[in-house]
Ligand binder design. Structure first.
Ligand code: NOJ
Length: 553
């Protein structure tokens, strides 16, 4: 059965079919040599990205920040943190990217600011009920003397979601809401002043020439009236995966904000795009984010969280194309990012690992690296054949596994601290990536400094090693991206092959895709001419955990 067409003609609405590469600036390339990546480092590596064959880059936050949550705690939305450079460095990077035909999306963090943001500092000094406090969510506590938090909500990073302040006269005072760390107070998006401020921030970056925004926590900005108590159901996920109504995730009111932002983007020429980070329990609810007058993309997290199982994968692909197609939007496929275990490890985990849990020295069910890498390569070979847009996360093109042995004393993720080490958190997917096998910090910089330690076995994943190996993961990604572009696989429809076995098999025009998720080799059509294989293999059978693109002679 053919599934719905993606609608855009080539060259228009680029975001419908684009492959977008996520740069996590602190771990990409470090020109200053201080151990933390920077904007000049990115500029210096744009040729490598051009050669890889991506259409756009998304930069995780580089704005002024005390870095309590690696930049997702913004103190000034209109400036660059000195760690990463200056606004002039940003402009230079943008110009150089555009000169190479690479579009640039920046991360916008509108749910919360840093506690060092000028507005929050003013709110702390101001009185309860003041306009300064009304920009955030301050409430009186419960209990006789307001000593209990206003409700029972639990922070995503562990612990309660409320922090009590000391008033100007020294007495214990009101509480403020923080879905994440206490250093990340939530804005009150029912306040028109907050809305106007963010319209202005959008225009600030659009005026500089950015092609769009990845919108952080796009499902959290509106809280249910009255802030009712909520207890997560069985199997609920901290980022929003609960089947029941969650009073701070996916509230209807958020959609007005994106309709408003859609109009702001429309003031500008070219196709500027909004991509929502919205963890929602179903594809139908996820698709609400990309109705025609709202955002342009939203990450397909139900796809990312699907385990390595043929029936489950076929179902999520089919249901995604239906759900997004029903609102006229492309699906935005993604397998890895800076918040989840890298997919070259995750797909071989043998124990449950909820989002944000991470893997550390004592984790159960650690993945086998060989199985993980095979599955990771096969998964990407499936993903890049699908119609719609796709996001890649820096390092996955090298087949990087999760860094699983980071010693406790180096950990930085607030999740680790807020849970007293019960959850390792996300540091394992954020380690600076290797460029050269025989250089300090594997060529991340020339001093050898690195804000998280790089595993010793990463020399074999270094870009300069993989560049000279036609069987490397880097070679595979380049091939996949080239064929995808030439065949315009990001657009058009998909026809399933119903084989009734543990494969994922479909056709895109005259290109066939076959992935073997069973536990035994399977026969390949004798007429098949293989265009790309996720692993080299001999003979007429497709090995386990391998995917191919082929045509028929
Ligand atoms: C989602 C981001 O991707 C994550 O890294 C961050 O910690 C939270 N939002 C809070 O901003």
């Amino acid at each position: 059965m053919a599934q719905l067409e993606q609608f855009a003609a080539p060259g228009t609405q680029w975001w419908r079919s684009a492959v977008i590469y996520q740069i996590y600036p602190r771990s990409f390339a470090d020109a200053s040599g201080d151990g933390i990546g920077d904007l000049a480092g990115i500029t210096g590596r744009l040729d490598d990205l051009k050669e890889l064959g991506v259409d756009a880059i998304w930069l995780s936050p580089f704005m002024t920040s005390p870095q309590k949550d690696a930049g997702y705690d913004v103190a000034d939305y209109r400036d660059v943190d000195p760690l990463f450079g200056t606004l002039a460095d940003f402009d230079a990077m943008l110009e150089q990217a555009h000169a190479r035909g690479i579009r640039v999306i920046v991360d916008l963090v509108p749910n919360h600011s840093s506690d060092q943001h000028a507005w929050f500092q003013e709110a702390l000094k101001a009185a309860p009920g003041s306009p300064e406090r009304a920009r955030y969510i301050f409430r009186d506590g419960r209990g006789e003397n307001g000593e209990l938090p206003p409700n029972n909500w639990e922070s995503v990073f562990g612990g309660g979601m409320w922090e009590r302040v000391t008033e100007a006269d020294g007495t214990p005072g009101q509480w403020y809401l923080h879905i994440f760390d206490p250093t990340q107070p939530d804005f009150d998006w029912t306040n028109e002043e907050v809305r106007e401020e963010f319209r202005s921030i959008l225009r600030f970056w659009l005026d500089r020439g950015v092609d769009g925004f990845r919108v952080d926590v796009a499902h959290g900005m509106i809280k249910a009236d009255g802030l009712p108590d909520y207890s997560p159901g069985d199997g609920a996920d901290s980022m929003g995966g609960d089947q029941t109504e969650v009073p701070y995730w996916g509230q209807d009111g958020v959609h007005d904000i994106y309709r408003d932002w859609n109009r702001v983007l429309a003031e500008y020429d070219g196709d500027r795009a909004l991509c929502g980070e919205a963890w929602l329990p179903t594809l139908e609810r996820t698709a609400l984010w990309v109705r025609p007058d709202e955002m342009h993309q939203t990450f397909n997290f139900p796809y990312l969280t699907t385990e390595w199982d043929a029936a489950a994968l076929r179902a999520v692909i089919r249901d995604s194309l239906d759900a997004f197609g029903a609102v006229g939007a492309p699906s935005t496929w993604v397998l890895s990012n800076h918040d989840v275990v890298r997919h070259a490890s995750r797909l071989a985990l043998t124990a449950e690992n909820p989002q944000g849990e991470g893997i550390g020295p004592n984790s159960p069910g650690k993945p086998d690296p060989v199985i993980g890498l095979s599955r990771g390569r096969a998964a990407t070979t499936i993903m890049l054949a699908l119609p719609g847009s796709a996001y890649l996360y820096q390092g996955e093109e090298l087949g990087l596994p999760e860094a699983m042995e980071i010693p406790d004393e180096f950990r930085q993720d607030p999740t680790w601290f807020r849970t007293d080490g019960k959850r390792y958190g996300r540091d394992g997917c954020r380690v600076p990536i290797p460029w050269q096998a025989d250089a300090p910090a594997y060529g991340f910089n020339d001093t050898g400094a690195s804000w998280l330690p790089q595993p010793e076995e990463w020399a074999e994943f270094a870009r300069d090693v993989e560049e000279n190996d036609p069987t490397s993961t880097l070679a595979l990604y380049k091939q996949l991206l080239r064929e995808r572009r030439e065949r315009q696989l990001g657009l058009g429809s998909l026809v399933w092959h119903d084989r009734g076995d543990d494969t994922v098999a479909f056709r895109r025009g005259d290109l066939h895709v076959l992935a073997n998720l069973s536990d035994a080799p399977i026969d390949i059509d004798p007429q098949a001419r293989i265009v790309i294989a996720s692993e080299p293999f001999e003979g007429s059978q497709l090995p386990v955990d391998t995917a191919i693109w082929y045509t028929l002679n």
